[in-house]
Design a protein around this ligand. Structure first.
Ligand code: ADP
Ligand code: MG
Length: 401
């Protein structure tokens, strides 16, 4: 992929010492009673911050928090981030009560080279989400260069993610670069054969994704609740399972498209059913022609899981979104956990590039204890899904050469 990175900055701008880098980060962290309860997103930003500090740049961190909708909402201040960030950096972090204007400029003017300032919530300004050019210019006025390290916000064309990138020299930060490289290795320019796994509850939320994937993959395994809709569309009686019957035609069209494009679809050949979703409830394995009217399909069966593992063995690349069953409620986590552990083993052995993402998918991989063993796990949520759907992300497009 051809986007500008921090390594290009000195070529364009010369020595960065004393220059101000406006760095868009994702500090939309979990908070309770004004305290940060999980600092993962702060850690993700450290490589970029440290690289710029080492170069002697002044670092102005720009972020949104929650949804203040253009109003100054005190409970949505970014101030509680200062202390945990100082701890992680081992250096003081100044705070500017506003992300633009005289207040921000004054703090920056007073900052030593290598110093860090956190700017107040950019969404306190209406111009942010409107991508207002005047507001983008106010942001641009603060910096000599702009660095975007917030892939998770890159699907939005906001002033701090898109508008400002056109006004001053713009670069991908280290985390953004890592994420884009991983995504490129999974779908943009992958080693073949490529296997996709798409699970989750509903087809309707993942139509664009399925359509894009059948176009690009060698094999696509469909699991979770959405597989029920495909089984139903093939005439399988799925009993009382979750199903979007009105999408049967759509499911058939996707199957036809896959055939035409030479993408092998892997649908469940057996399933695990129960009569309710409750921990420890009596569950049974069923062949597809043995599903009773009161049965709910809640997980993939053992033969389906075995076939999926074999498909992984035949692949060089895996891209995964969506759990294969109701993984939150054991024993319906079995297929998801088994598949995840197999992918992790292959990845550790250097046989597979495995990239996964999606809110519940991240939770499922953590539950299986394999997140660190995958090649890359994206926590970017909406941005990851839009990228999997093949849509251009405005925040990334703005960083292209
Ligand atoms: P992600 O957040 O990773 O994109 P989704 O939100 O699409 O994933 O789907 C996750 C949800 O799908 C989980 O809450 C899981 O319980 C549910 N799910 C998986 N399989 C089934 C099933 N057979 N029936 C009902 N819900 C299911
Ligand atoms: Mg979800």
């Amino acid at each position: 992929m051809t986007f500008r990175t921090l390594d290009d900055a000195p070529k364009d701008l010369g020595d960065l010492a004393g220059k101000t880098a406006l760095v868009r980060v994702d500090f939309n962290v979990p908070m309770e009673d004004g305290r940060v309860t999980d600092d993962t997103r702060l850690r993700v930003a450290l490589p970029t911050i440290n690289k710029l500090r080492d170069a002697g740049a002044k670092v102005a961190l720009l972020a949104h928090f929650d949804r203040p909708k253009g109003e100054r909402v005190p409970s949505m201040s970014l101030k509680p981030v200062v202390e945990p960030l100082e701890t992680l950096l081992g250096a003081p972090v100044r705070f500017a009560e506003d992300c633009v204007g005289d207040e921000a400029k004054a703090v920056l003017a007073d900052l030593d080279p290598g110093g860090v300032v956190l700017l107040e919530n950019v969404r306190f300004h209406k111009g942010e989400e409107k991508n207002d050019p005047a507001f983008a210019q106010q942001l641009a006025d603060l910096g000599d260069l702009y660095v975007n390290d917030a892939f998770s916000a890159a699907h939005r064309a906001h002033a701090s993610t898109e508008g400002v990138a056109h006004l001053i020299p713009a670069y991908a930060g280290e985390s953004m670069r890592r994420e884009l490289d991983a995504l490129d290795a999974a779908l943009g320019n992958p080693q073949k054969p490529v296997l996709g796994i798409v699970g989750g509850s509903k087809v309707s939320t993942k139509l664009d994704l399925l359509q894009n994937l059948v176009d690009k993959l060698d094999r696509l395994a469909i699991g979770g609740g959405m597989a029920n809709t495909f089984l139903h569309a093939q005439g399988v009686d799925i009993g009382g399972s979750l199903c979007e019957k009105d999408l049967a035609d759509t499911a058939r069209a996707i199957m036809e498209e896959a055939r035409a494009k030479g993408c092998e679809l892997l649908l469940p050949v057996d399933v695990v059913v129960a009569q309710e979703i409750k921990p420890g409830v009596e569950a049974g394995v069923r062949a597809l022609d043995r599903i009773a009217p009161e049965d709910k399909i809640l997980d993939a069966g053992p033969e389906t899981t075995a076939r999926l593992k074999r498909a992984m063995d035949l692949s060089k690349t895996l891209i995964w979104n969506g759990p294969l069953g109701v993984f939150e409620v054991p024993p319906f986590d079995t297929a998801t956990v088994e598949a995840a552990r197999h992918a992790a083993e292959l990845t550790k052995a250097g046989k597979l590039v495995a990239v996964a993402g999606g809110g519940d998918t991240v939770a499922a991989l953590n539950h299986a204890g394999v997140s660190d063993d995958m090649t890359f796990v994206s926590t970017a949520g909406g941005a990851f899904l839009e990228w999997m759907e093949g849509k251009p992300l405005p925040g990334v497009e703005a960083l292209k050469r």
